[in-house]
Design a binder for this molecule. Sequence first.
Ligand SMILES: [Zn+2]
Length: 464
Amino acid sequence: MWWDNDSTYRGNGKSNDFYFLSTISPLGEGEDEINRQWVHLSDELKSDLIAFLKKHNDSYGLQLPREDDLTSYDNANYLWLSYELINTIRNYNNAMRNPETHEVLPYCGQIPYVQLRIKSLASSVSSAYPSATVNQYGAALRPHYVIEFENSFLALFMKKLCELFDDNPQIIENKDGVKRVAYQFRAPIYRLKPFDKYFETRHDIPATIFHTAVKMLISHELAHVGLGHLDLNEKDHVFKSDVENIRCEENEADIQAVCWTIGARFLESENHQLEISLDDLAEELSLSVFTLYFLFTWNYSVDERVWNKDTLKEYGVQDHLPYQLRAYSVLNTAICRLKHIGEWSEQEGMITSDNQPVTKKLMEEIIQEAMTMVHSYEVSLHMTQVKTEEVCELDDLGKKDEIEKMVRNEINERPPQLDKTQIPWKLGCEPEGQAELNSVCKRYQYVRQKLAESGTYCALRPGN
Ligand SMILES: [Zn+2]
């Protein structure tokens, strides 16, 4: 075997109960690109999760929603996603309680029972982001919310991450069967700051990003549930039929989800000490901001990323803002959130596990690092990426000189300078981008009022 990269989570995960499988490792028997597993669970962990989920569903008197091969207690991917969902709900519900009395805080509620389904229907990746529905499954029996994930989306998203962070070692075996790494092609992203420092721990990166992205997606759908969007849309079809209302709800769900994702560690903390060291916190938060950006831009090619003054006009008004403005909006929200966390932490005296204070200055450094990551990612898309598969193929054909040429190209390549029109989020800085974002904000007051009348589980923040 050419490359030994079947574990991406926390280095070599073979002995662990849980790890993510790299999608650039060879396919297992009966697997294809879409239906391959990207989660490994030990038998013990698997049976624990099955028992936990069955008990959870039994307590509501419900079966799995349309059980099949994907939505199944036998599917490790499903078990892991469901566990993440339940965990996320539990954390948010705890955050909406008084830590001492455990009473629900004023104007807050508790997010109710939500189930998960993995489907295999979408034909295009752009329509494949998860969605939440109510009363679609067993409505007569017992109405409840179900979050639907597209299997192909998850598989392709993980594949993209593994390719982007492909460590691509060229292993040569001598006649005695001793293997050594002859040359390490570095994916372009590792040739740029600050990702260069992650090269040694590269196996962690796809998994860390994948995990954060899934949390963000779950949080987005839970925000629709928690803020009462699903209930209002179900009740009021006139409201639902106005696409500007839906666009406003989508933007609100993004904002809420970013705040939850970025603030999770602070929401979960029961005292003034975080369970993470200062360095790890900085790494986690900057990678989280990068993840949010990556999540909304990953499936657009270099050509599709270029925008001009007509881009927004041509897109018009749809359920979601165009991806460039969504990316701008999540970055903007994340930066505001980090600044707020910095201020709040200074006031409250938050410290890390190694007794370092969490400060405004730290948050500014994290924001800088995250924005450098976003920029380097954009630049890396314009650089030569040598793919593991290509090198293997050339080697099999005995074309050593072509491999050598690739090595020389990689060493000599200088990162290109990008124009603002090549960077999607920068469309949000333009007057037309700002105008579009403002039109969403204007609608907030009306949507908030309708939501307040209809009832929500989460406290509504004041309109802006
Ligand atoms: Zn949504």
